[in-house]
Design a protein around this ligand. Structure first.
Ligand code: DC
Length: 431
């Protein structure tokens, strides 16, 4: 702040609380410079860092500006235009009004999610499904960001918490007294409010359609990884190699001595490690494991951990968070059936067992690894059986998938078919 005091340009911040920021500026500089515009873009996710960047994040999202009496009108206009330029809708209010509003719509839900997670054990999570996932998503948010938000907006957060406590007590009393009719009424009213959210009258935001996805599923050795990478490259889209995620968990389990059938421990492990894709690198807790996760040991272990529902559930948000503009090419076993059921194009890539074993043999030989084709045939067959036969998210073509048999096709020919299918569906205009 001191360094910016005499800066000739316009300065704005992006913090989730406004009164404390303005207070900090005032106490540091003795005044609020006219060219400082307090701002809060209300858009974000539970992910952070450059890897989570999204060029269209602010489209149709709100940005609140909270000017003080000293704020220069031209600076306010310039910041408004800048935010509108990236597609945001700008509103102007007092810092106090902003902080009170955000305490209710953002800070309190996060507080409640964090508190709730304190009551949940790994054993509970083993049986958790959609309700848990939706309600607890924001509990995965960054502590370094949220602890200061709660303390800096303490007054408004505590007021919102008081209101919530009252509501909880009301619910508690209704349950204790067995007042089912009253409960129905209360829930009906909450449901009505929630359903109105997002409707134009309540929130003018136009629903932004999510980034398009091309899902490519198929068995090991069908060439889906190579094809997906080539399609992503051609379109300039992001790439998700979902198999790498299960490989990373398997690799970590082998290294830490976690049993490959201990679903709860593996699910915890899966949420505990930080996985980030950076080009070819697969960064696991800051270390590149791209090569390490390709060994036959890890392949076999990955197919085992991938059969466990809690592990798959733990991976779901991470996979969906990769869906960013301009688009995502995702390869795996359940991209079209489970992870991205609304994918714009679903491809199921298959090849004969012999062709797949042969490809794998050449791949490994090129890496200087000695294996026999017959061993490969046997292990591939076993992994196929496990991936296709498991109870959760088994490998199978989505009903609306385009089937491609790559046994007698070159990689280029398969890529051309996928791009053509994308063009026919109007997903991409030029391939
Ligand atoms: O595609 P791959 O060989 O890297 O996948 C490794 C293992 O993970 C494989 O046995 C199947 C499993 N997998 C899965 O179950 N679901 C996915 N979406 C991707 C891979």
């Amino acid at each position: 702040m001191a360094a910016l005091a005499d800066h000739p340009g316009i300065v704005f911040d992006a913090a989730s609380v406004k009164e404390s920021v303005i207070e900090a500026v005032r106490s540091t500089l003795g005044r609020v410079p006219p060219r400082f515009v307090p701002a809060h873009p209300i858009a974000g996710r539970e992910t952070s860092g450059p890897g989570a960047a999204d060029a269209r994040l602010f489209e149709s999202h709100q940005v609140v500006l909270t000017p003080v009496p000293e704020t220069d009108a031209r600076a306010l206009t310039a910041v408004t235009q800048l935010w509108e330029g990236v597609g945001a809708r700008v509103s102007v209010m007092s810092a106090a009004a902003h902080d009170e509003m955000l305490a209710v719509t953002s800070h309190l839900p996060h507080l409640v999610a964090f508190a709730y997670l304190q009551t949940v054990t790994p054993e509970h999570m083993r049986h958790a499904a959609g309700g848990f996932r939706d309600f607890s998503r924001i509990a995965a948010s960054d502590p370094a960001m949220w602890a200061p938000i709660f303390t800096q907006n303490g007054r408004a957060v505590l007021a919102a918490l008081d209101d919530l406590e009252q509501e909880l007590n009301r619910l508690r009393a209704l349950i204790a007294a067995g007042k089912r009719e009253d409960l129905v009424q209360l829930i009906e009213e909450s449901r009505r409010r929630r359903r109105a959210f997002g409707k134009p009258s309540v929130n003018e935001a136009v629903a932004v359609s999510p980034a398009p996805v091309i899902a490519i599923d198929g068995p090991s050795g069908s060439g889906k990884g190579t094809v997906a990478a080539a399609v992503a490259e051609r379109l300039g889209w992001r790439l998700l190699d979902s198999g790498a995620l299960y490989r990373v968990v398997a690799d970590a389990a082998l290294r830490r001595g976690v049993a490959l059938d201990d679903a709860a421990a593996l699910a915890l492990l899966a949420t505990d490690i930080e996985i980030r894709f950076a080009g070819e690198a697969v960064m696991v807790d800051g270390v590149d494991r791209a090569l390490a996760i390709r060994t036959e040991d890890v392949s076999a272990a990955a197919s085992k951990v991938a059969a466990l529902e809690p592990v798959r559930a733990a991976m779901l948000d991470l996979q969906r968070a990769q869906r960013l503009f301009p688009g995502l090419v995702a390869d795996g076993r359940d991209m079209g059936t489970v992870v991205f059921p609304d994918a714009a194009l679903k491809v199921f890539l298959d090849a004969s067992l012999e062709a797949r074993a042969e490809r794998r043999y050449i791949q490994l030989k090129n890496k200087g690894l000695a294996v026999s084709v017959s061993d490969l045939l046997a292990t591939l067959e076993e992994r196929d059986r496990r991936d296709r036969g498991r109870a959760v998210a088994p490998l199978r073509p989505a009903e609306d998938a385009v089937l491609i048999d790559s046994t007698a096709l070159t990689v280029d020919a398969v890529v051309a078919r996928v791009l053509e299918a994308a063009r026919v569906r109007g997903i991409v205009t030029r391939t």
